[in-house]
Design a binder for this molecule. Structure first.
Ligand code: NAD
Length: 424
């Protein structure tokens, strides 16, 4: 069995409180009234279910699963489903709220939600994961819906799980509903460009930030933590645009090559070796978390939450951090990073390319029409660039970090929509 890196030293922040910490700062800058603050600070709905699943050996194991709808003020709620052994309600609550802010930052008409099942998919067979996904879908039948709440993939899930979810939902409803979930395989109504969309948005955010910082991509270096959906596409697309990717990492460790890693080869190696880079000979292996403090221009954390913490923030040498993952920087580390003059393109902006193309997928499903990849990429690139510019201008206007500016933009939009719609 491959060596698995120990977990990083964390700030042990409750992820929901960490989200609220930034929310409060932005709300203060906006002069948000108490009424709207109280509505937005808590999720609309939190569902916890226990799913008894028959395992391949005949035993029955009960899995705890969640769906949290944070807000549907701007439209049906949208958010991925995570399969991971550390999933818990506070994490799902934070991720659901981040989805509300993320959709609002890029101005797409969705609210925010998130789901998760506490399980270790790496130790489960395809049959066990399928039964678990179908049980989860059945338990959430009253919540999911193309007009109400639309799931998508997140850590530990992909198009295979989304296909099962769509099928199970459709069987229960008695008609085929492909708009109920995004991130599906192409033949089931998936969108061209969806698979690479989050990594592509990370690439666009990186290049736009480099323009502001006057960094020439062709003379720059980059390190990417996480080599899954987000990290590997981000690395590949950055490499294509001239950035030298000197280090990548995954759960097995970090890999460094000062001449630049051949990302295509690394992806091929990963695909042929159970999804991890262990044994990859195109780079030298170093300790996993060393990737965060390498002397590079750009750091792209694209794996887990809470990896940039008070324990390592002052050692970071990158001039630009582009958050591919959700919540990679702890709230306590924010000030250290800002004081060091590092620009951070925050998660709710940097990784919004995924939800943007998910929205395009949903639009195509509703239209019963398929867009070309060029149209998908052109439109999502445009949204990513204009959202970046808007957040950048807001940061200058309020004299705040890009993170707080992104929250200001998002909360302002949701608050405005709420004040038009009103309460009971
Ligand atoms: P994934 O499961 O495809 O990949 C996760 C990667 O992280 C894998 O390479 C894994 O080996 C690596 N990893 C796990 N533990 C690690 C550790 N301790 N150190 C270094 N690497 C480690 O997941 P993904 O879809 O790429 O998601 C990654 C992050 O991006 C998550 O925070 C997710 O919420 C966020 N995100 C994903 C999407 C999307 O469209 N997939 C969209 C927005 C945000």
């Amino acid at each position: 069995m491959a060596y698995i890196e120990p977990a990083p030293i964390k700030d042990k922040e409750n992820p929901f409180e960490s989200m609220m910490f930034r929310f409060k700062i932005a709300a203060k800058h906006l002069g948000l009234n108490d009424e709207v603050y109280n509505v937005l600070k808590s999720p609309d709905k939190q569902v916890i279910v226990n799913l008894p699943i028959t395992m391949d050996d005949g035993s029955i194991v009960v899995f705890e699963a969640y769906r949290v709808v944070h807000s549907n003020v701007l439209g049906p709620s949208k958010g991925g489903i995570r399969y991971d052994e550390n999933v818990n309600l506070d994490e799902v609550k934070a991720l659901a709220a981040w989805m509300t802010w993320k959709c609002a930052v890029v101005e797409i008409p969705f609210g925010g939600a998130k789901g998760g099942i506490r399980c270790n998919p790496r130790q489960m067979s395809a049959g066990e994961i399928e039964r678990l996904t179908r049980a989860y879908t059945t338990a959430m039948l009253d919540i999911f819906g193309a007009d109400t709440d639309i799931p998508a993939p997140d850590m530990g899930t992909g198009q295979r799980e989304m296909a099962w979810l769509m099928d199970q939902y459709s069987r229960n409803k008695g008609f085929t509903s492909n708009g109920v979930v995004t991130g599906k395989p192409l033949v089931l109504g998936g969108s061209l460009g969806r698979m690479e969309a989050t990594g592509r948005g990370v690439m666009i955010s990186t290049l736009t930030a480099m323009e502001k910082l006057k960094i020439n991509p062709y003379q720059s270096t980059c390190a990417v933590q996480g080599f899954g959906n987000v990290g590997s596409f981000a690395a590949q697309l950055l490499e294509e645009r001239g950035v030298k990717v000197v280090s990548v990492s995954d759960v097995s460790g970090a890999y460094i090559n000062e001449n630049g890693i051949n990302i295509e080869e690394a992806i091929r190696y990963r695909n042929e070796n159970k999804g991890i880079l262990d044994g990859f000979d195109g780079a030298e292996k170093i300790k996993g978390d060393e990737i965060l403090t390498l002397p590079v221009d750009v750091l792209v954390p694209a794996a887990l939450e809470d990896v940039i913490t008070t324990y390592n923030a002052d050692k970071i040498k990158a001039r630009l951090i582009v958050e591919g993952a959700n919540g990679p920087t702890s709230a306590k580390a924010d000030d250290i990073i800002t004081e060091k003059g590092i620009m951070v393109v925050p998660d709710i902006l940097a990784n919004a390319g995924g939800v943007t193309v998910s929205y395009f997928e949903w639009v195509q499903n509703r239209l019963g029409y398929k867009w070309t990849k060029e149209r998908v990429n052109r439109r999502s690139d445009r949204i990513m660039r204009s959202s970046f510019d808007n957040v950048y201008k807001t940061a200058l206007k309020y004299n705040v970090s890009m993170r707080i500016a992104a929250y200001i933009v998002a909360i302002d939009r949701v608050a405005q929509a709420y004040s038009y719609r009103g309460g009971f």
